[in-house]
Design a protein around this ligand. Structure first.
Ligand SMILES: Cc1ncc(COP(=O)(O)O)c(C=O)c1O
Length: 357
């Protein structure tokens, strides 16, 4: 198998990259998966250790304690929250609902897992390309009755980092028959700056918001996401699925994470400075153009093909960046990098400087 055949469609495929870099996965510096570099909060690690004896029992299928913790976090009633095995599980159920629409409008480039979930559900997809980087023109949709259509988008948008405000989202929720908004990266904004569609759920029975603890709390291996929607909608999903889709360790880790305000503050303080320094450093390299981002990653246009640059950085410096080949609309002239700690970002900039001059 050549490394091109095995090319991953998601970030963070360290086994694939380590084979190219000829090192162990632990020796790589990974900018391809956009995970908080502070790692899992210490309170979550302690909670996992303390919960090991509970592994002999099934989790509570109502996830009462977890739903209460999430409800407190968002100031909602627990019946409006359904935890899932990562946002990815909840996207599977969302796609099953969206498949009832005549077609699902999907701004592209789009996160690859949307295609997986929508195809599995047999949904018809209507991709909408941006009219300029990164602006999608909704005027045609707002001028018509689109009750028979569904809409799936993520905010902040992956891979561009663009953020929609509620003045844009609210009319779309009013027009479309079904709306799913994936806010997997929203926690990287301070609560007072989050244009979260959670604020619209009580007035929009057709709206589902999906959140994830994966990115902000650095727990992709634990798997924890949740949906926020009107209780009838969530009860339907609950009846479709495995009763214990969230494991007990993810439950206790999530509850501990949500209580850790120091971790959240530390993350917001780090990101504001580290992201602008990384963007400035990349913009200073010839042939690279980073776009403004509301999230913990930067999309970068590149004069050099991104897969060549990726292979070079792996072999020369064991640095892994995300090519964007799995986003067909972007092709080989874009790459995405996570924002990491300042010294790590410097290592990326130095490695890039060797190639771009
Ligand atoms: C936009 C977006 N939504 C959802 C997910 C999946 O999140 P989870 O790990 O909670 O399944 C990802 C992961 O990359 C993502 O980029």
């Amino acid at each position: 198998m050549t490394d091109h055949q095995a090319r991953p469609t998601h970030g963070g495929n360290l086994a694939w990259a380590a084979a190219i870099a000829q090192c162990t996965p632990a020796e790589l510096l990974d900018f391809s998966a956009s995970i908080n570099p502070f790692g899992l909060p210490p309170g979550a690690i302690a909670a996992i250790q303390a919960a090991i004896p509970q592994l002999g029992a099934y989790p509570d299928p109502n996830y009462g304690e977890l739903r209460s913790a999430l409800a407190l976090h968002h100031n909602l009633d627990p019946n409006w929250i359904l935890p899932g095995n990562g946002a990815a599980e909840l996207l599977t159920w969302a796609a099953r609902d969206l498949a009832a629409a005549a077609a699902v409008v999907l701004p592209v480039p789009a996160f690859a897992d949307y295609w997986r979930a929508l195809r599995a559900a047999g949904a018809r997809v209507l991709p909408i390309a941006p009219v300029e980087p990164w602006v999608w023109d909704w005027s045609d949709w707002l001028d018509q009755d689109c009750q028979q259509y569904g809409l799936l988008l993520n905010n902040p948008h992956n891979p561009t980092g663009q953020l929609w405000d509620l003045d844009t989202l609210q009319p779309l929720c009013d027009r479309f028959g079904w709306v799913v908004i994936d806010e997997a990266f929203m926690d990287f904004l301070r609560p007072e700056h989050q244009p979260s569609a959670i604020a619209l759920v009580s007035q929009c029975p057709n709206l589902i918001v999906i959140r994830s603890l994966t990115k902000f709390y650095a727990m992709p291996g634990l798997r924890l996401g949740y949906a926020i929607a009107q209780p009838d909608q969530l009860r339907r999903w609950q009846q479709w699925r495995d009763p214990w889709s969230v494991n007990s360790l993810a439950v206790v880790a999530a509850i501990a994470c949500l209580q850790d305000q120091t971790f959240a503050e530390q993350t917001w303080n780090w990101l504001a400075t580290a992201r602008s320094e990384l963007a400035a450093g990349l913009a200073a390299r010839s042939g690279l153009r980073p776009f403004a981002s509301a999230a913990n990653y930067l999309l970068v246009q590149t004069a050099l093909p991104s897969d060549q640059l990726q292979q070079h950085l792996l072999r020369s410096d064991r640095v892994l960046i995300r090519d964007c080949l799995s986003f067909p609309e972007l092709g080989d002239r874009f790459l995405r990098v996570a924002v990491r700690h300042p010294a790590e970002n410097q290592r990326l900039l130095q490695a890039v400087a060797q190639v771009t001059g």
